[in-house]
Design a protein around this ligand. Structure first.
Ligand code: AHR
Length: 651
């Protein structure tokens, strides 16, 4: 990719080298329009595309408790012989409702064995020299068999350990293994050797190197992408996963807290959602549950934003509804969640949070009621939720649906009603072509300044490729950047925004495009990620005006601009997007009476071709470059190459 080396010239205002006078962009540092909300740029997490199990949740073993619909999915059993070995799946039923099944292995001959190998989530990632914690719940009902534990690179052993002296009662056994090689197609193999009967459950293997080194924690490289973005909030757990295909399949936060081994697994709704993208091994173990989401948000300095089911299953699927007179348990879930997050350790749910390791509150300030709900059924349910929550917790802000699209009949029905109801935040969703984003940089200019605030909760530019998939190419990222100047220019109305979805496994995804892609070993940020990061890490504290001929730049001459001031550093931050293929030039003029500019930091994100992408093979084809420049004059001329996003931080 060609990098543009020099494109900013500092010239006196009177310097004329161009035939045409260069138009002037005027930043008015004195005119503060609105504060920028700390939540302005956030992230939307949903367990789609193997984002949780097989992704952020660092567990390497798929189907660790044999609770998938097919109990041996992910496992390969190798019996020495049918004569001397036997396997059974025991189901405890209601005696152990959250984890009923375990495996019983019987060997009747000392020279026999049974081995079971787990394939991980499209392969396990092991790195040479790094350590992995293996553990298993186990007992020896008869005899004293030995268990060999091995990490494999396909079929080659790259680490091994032995467990013996098994107890006759259930006990957790753990060993730490160091990988001798790096592989993204690793497996875990257990071999039971010698006569006896062994029972096994919750067979697990985690890297020692998780985020913050927490045992059983999150994948460090994936959290790092989020931390680097400094998002203002984390929305979780979705998305349609909140709603479920039917109500039995909805997300219920209470089933995702407490001991991870007691969290009952359910099918992931994306398992069967798309016929062309079936992923039969997609389940939710809830190892990444609500406590872990709150902790993640806290770790990366983001506000937590949980979204709860409001008694409505996905209206694109079953549209199953809870009758209004049976809504209480759903409302109670919402009230209890606030207690779980904020209540003292003396309260029922606050006590659970404290017992899980977090006596201090998580400072929950907002919550979503339903995801992409629509129609009068939503209005009826929202009213009941809002009344109950606000009566008990008046300070909690509620995010409400305005339907799955930011226009059309469903939106036009719900939007005025939610405004009438004085909703706090309206959650708008738009997955649209790049042209929509270029055209809609002015979308919020016309919004009522005194109405509900806007949460652009799910958006992404979708570019259809010749192979039928949507890819995170430069065209999509560039158009989103142009649009985001419009979000920022309207920061008095737009209080929150998030690209969606966040993560995707390269070999197991259902929905594209996505912000961050990964396999079992590596990950990369898309150009869209870098756009998000450039905005989020340059969000400033106050919106100020930037104009050309007295007008905001919203696509005239294919340019888009917004500007903020950062109270903490005293810097003026200008974002400029050139969506055309050719260079543009502008004189930048600070009309400030009080501020003298000294130097500037210039960050640029650029690609020559709209089709350019990042990938695992070439993860940094498009990434920002930064340099510091002298900026002594009050005016300077800037050249913005074609198809470029620029962030200028002026001291
Ligand atoms: O982001 C993917 C899906 O798109 C979300 O689950 C849903 O809210 C929207 O339809």
């Amino acid at each position: 990719m060609r990098r543009t080396l020099i494109f900013l010239y500092l010239l006196s205002a009177s310097f004329t080298v161009f035939a045409q006078p260069v138009p002037t962009l005027t930043i008015n540092r004195e005119r503060i329009i609105a504060p920028i909300q700390p939540t302005m740029w956030g992230v939307f997490f949903e367990d789609i595309n193997f984002a949780a199990d097989g992704g952020l949740y660092a567990e390497l073993v798929k189907n660790r408790s044999f609770e998938f619909a097919d109990p041996y999915m992910g496992w390969d059993l190798d019996l020495h012989s049918y004569k001397t070995t036997e396997f059974q799946l025991i189901n405890r039923g209601t005696a152990a409702p959250s984890n009923p099944r375990f495996l019983r292995l019987k060997i009747t001959d000392d020279s026999s064995y049974i081995s079971l190998t787990n394939e991980g989530f499209r392969g396990m990632g092991f790195r040479k020299g790094e350590e992995y914690d293996f553990s298993v719940m186990m007992l020896a009902r008869e005899g004293s068999p030995v268990i060999r534990v091995e990490l494999l690179d396909s079929t080659t052993v790259i680490a091994s350990a032995t467990i013996n002296g098994l107890d006759a009662a259930w006990k957790k056994y753990s060993v730490r293994l160091k990988a001798g090689e790096t592989t993204g197609r690793g497996k875990l193999k257990l071999t039971v050797l010698g006569k006896g009967v062994v029972e096994m459950d919750v067979i697990s293997c985690f890297p020692v190197n998780t985020w913050k080194g927490r045992p059983g924690g999150l994948r460090a490289d994936l959290v790092q992408w989020l931390a680097d973005m400094k998002p203002g909030f984390v929305r979780f757990p979705g998305g349609c996963i909140v709603e479920g295909r039917d109500l039995a399949n909805r997300y219920q936060w209470k089933k995702t807290v407490g001991d991870p081994n007691e969290r009952q697994l359910i099918i992931n709704r994306w398992n069967t959602e798309f016929q062309h993208k079936l992923t039969p091994d997609y389940f939710q173990s809830y190892g990444l549950g609500f406590y872990e989401y709150f902790l993640l948000a806290e770790d990366i300095g983001a506000a937590p934003l949980p979204i709860l089911n409001c008694g409505m299953a996905c209206q694109f699927n079953t549209s199953e509804l809870v009758p209004l007179d049976q809504l209480d348990p759903y409302i109670q879930d919402a009230l209890d969640l606030i207690e779980f997050a904020n209540g003292s350790a003396d309260t029922k749910w606050g006590k659970l949070r404290a017992a899980m390791g977090h006596p201090q509150p998580f400072n929950l300030t907002m919550m979503g009621v339903g995801n992409e709900q629509w129609g009068p059924q939503y209005v009826e349910r929202y009213k009941i939720f809002s009344k109950a929550i606000h009566e008990k917790y008046p300070a909690i802000k509620l995010v409400s649906s305005v339907g799955p699209f930011a226009g059309g009949d469903l939106f036009n029905y719900l939007n005025p009603i939610m405004r009438e109801l004085k909703a706090d935040l309206l959650d708008e969703h738009y997955y649209m072509p790049p042209e929509f984003f270029l055209r809609n940089a002015t979308r919020y200019d016309k919004y009522d300044r005194n109405g509900p605030k806007i949460f652009a909760g799910e958006y992404a530019a979708h570019v259809r490729n010749t192979d039928g998939t949507n890819r995170n190419n430069w065209q999509s990222a560039l158009s989103e950047a142009a649009f985001m100047t419009g979000l920022e220019r309207n920061a008095d109305v737009v209080h929150m925004s998030s690209y969606a979805p966040l993560f995707a496994h390269v070999d197991a995804w259902q929905w594209a495009p996505d912000l961050i892609w990964f396999n079992s070993l590596n990950s990369y940020g898309t150009p869209n990620y870098y756009v998000q990061k450039m905005f989020a890490t340059n969000k400033g504290t106050h919106l100020i005006s930037v104009t050309e001929n007295g007008q905001p730049l919203t696509g005239q001459d294919s340019l888009y601009a917004s500007a903020v001031w950062d109270e903490a550093t005293g810097e003026t931050i200008l974002k400029l997007v050139n969506a055309s293929a050719t260079e543009r030039q502008r004189v930048i003029n600070s009309s400030s009476r009080t501020v003298k500019w000294k130097s500037a930091q210039l960050q640029t994100l650029q690609a020559d071709s709209l089709a350019e992408i990042n990938s695992l093979a070439n993860p940094r084809a498009i990434e920002p470059s930064t340099r510091v420049i002298d900026w002594k004059k009050e005016k300077a001329t800037i050249r913005i190459p074609g198809r470029t996003v620029v962030v200028l931080r002026i001291k």
